[in-house]
Design a binder for this molecule. Sequence first.
Ligand code: SF4
Ligand code: SF4
Length: 445
Amino acid sequence: MNDRTNGEHAVPPEQPDPGHGAAGPRGPGCGSGTRGAGADAASGHDPVPPAAVAPRSPGPDGSPGIFDKNLLDRCISCGFCLPACPTYALTGEETSSPRGRITLMRALETGQLPPDDPTLAEESSFCLGCRACETVCPAGVEYGSLLEQWRDHQWSGRDRPWIARLLMLLVSRPALLRLQGLVRRHARGGPGGRAGRPAAEPAAEPAAAPDQPVSLMLGCVERGLYPKVSRAVRELCPEVAVPSGQGCCGALHAHNGDSVTGAAMARALGEKLPGTVLTTAGGCAAHLAHHLGRDRVRELSEYLGEAGYAPAGQVTVDGRRARATLQDSCHLRNGLGVSRPPRELIAAVADYVELPGADRCCGAAGTYAMLRPEDSRAVLDPKLDDIGRLDVDYVVTVNPGCLRQVQQGLRRRRSRARAIHLAEFLALAGRPGRPSDGLPGPGEG
Ligand code: SF4
Ligand code: SF4
């Protein structure tokens, strides 16, 4: 064993993972081995109930309030959430903390602050929406729902940032999404891509057998920027169907001030995808689970863990076992409580090293990196320092936004580490006769 890896490849036992849910789907392509990687995956609870957009309480004049009063009243102002908050860590200001923001929401709800107060606009935008505050809150405050309601009010119509408006338009139009993919391929000099493989999204297939259908959600960002992720899932799980004509799940809308449309898009996508919806994006998984029900949605690492995925080989670099770490997806970890399965899967094919603060947001946060690039980098920078100290070959992610964010950060630092999606990382171990060292190249994700 390489002395750098002594004792480091085991998944830390203290990783909490309360939520990778009840008995889930079983797929023949992934379930050939014993229950190894996700041995505890059938235990846990179901923290996300099916829900429509939360009803709002009436305001003082009988009109609908801005916030669901039951949610707003739940905060007891204890401040336990402050150390967990990345934006509070940046500023040390109460207003940039979860408790401070809830105080602002209350002031807005009661009319103590006018809707156009600049602090309201600033803080509704500065918050990453990472939901780290929820995981430490003793009162069970559903901060993510409150933030959606806040932005519904704060970012309506022309007050919504133009970048968010543009992206929402883009993901709502399949034709524009296809154009996005074409632009990406053209920028790389042709359809073959670096590895000489077609860059189009996987061909549509009929749904799987009706008794156990599992449908892969392609994801609007992923299908445009990282189609290799879906192809890797097809290699790992050939039993999964890829229904055609998929739309966006609506998470982008829900997080950018249009939760009604976001909920409708989730339900519409749920009708197009038979059976269990399999996603490769933590953010989409949390949003879909909220609207379709937790039992219908599985993120890739959960699915593979529950199916007893057994790797065909190892990921190697220069003839040795690769050294790899994980950056959590905030919504997967904080929203759905899933953190252990991806670590166990990585440890099954490489030497796993825990990244300090892997549970802290990387600063991607959906549209955040585009809306607030400086703050986004400030959140990412300490993480890049930690990655540099770990001296890993791969930083594995489970969300396309995190992949892009970490990838760009590593490029700026000229790091030797490569950012890669979990699906592609596992596929490296499972491609017989293919050397893992050359795939994928830096920046290809
Ligand atoms: S959000 Fe939760 S942890 Fe934070 S102050 Fe309110 S009750 Fe306390
Ligand atoms: S969602 Fe994240 S950034 Fe926003 S208040 Fe909570 S911990 Fe802070």
